[in-house]
Ligand binder design. Sequence first.
Ligand code: SF4
Ligand code: SF4
Length: 131
Amino acid sequence: MPEEQDCRQCGKCCEKWGWDQKGIPEDLVPWIEAGRTDILQHVGIMFSDRKHSTGKDLTLADLSRVVRIDYWVNVNGGMLTYCPFFFRAGDGKVYCRIHLAKPAVCIGFTPWNERIRDYALNCPACRDSIP
Ligand code: SF4
Ligand code: SF4
């Protein structure tokens, strides 16, 4: 990646897009296997019988019944309008509290490649690449 595309850790992408996202079952497997209830408690789950829960008590055996995965919810299952793992440090930079375990939607998001004009223009890493 060219230097001018390097992330500045301003946090704008996570503030704007880090919630109301859909997950995939593959995200959940390592969290379940590692006992990451700190993450799973903020995952909204809908099952094939339309019942809802957080992912806190989810097991691998439950995955075949999962039809929707929502990021993120509070511990009571209510939708959040922010990411609970977003952390702005004293240096002003934003850090992801689950950086090494974050979901695919976060790993794959590269705002400098987005075609969403209003957003791309607000990413400092896009400053040399957006017309
Ligand atoms: S908006 Fe751009 S520079 Fe800011 S944290 Fe996201 S990717 Fe990095
Ligand atoms: S999990 Fe991490 S990368 Fe994803 S929205 Fe939250 S703070 Fe950003």
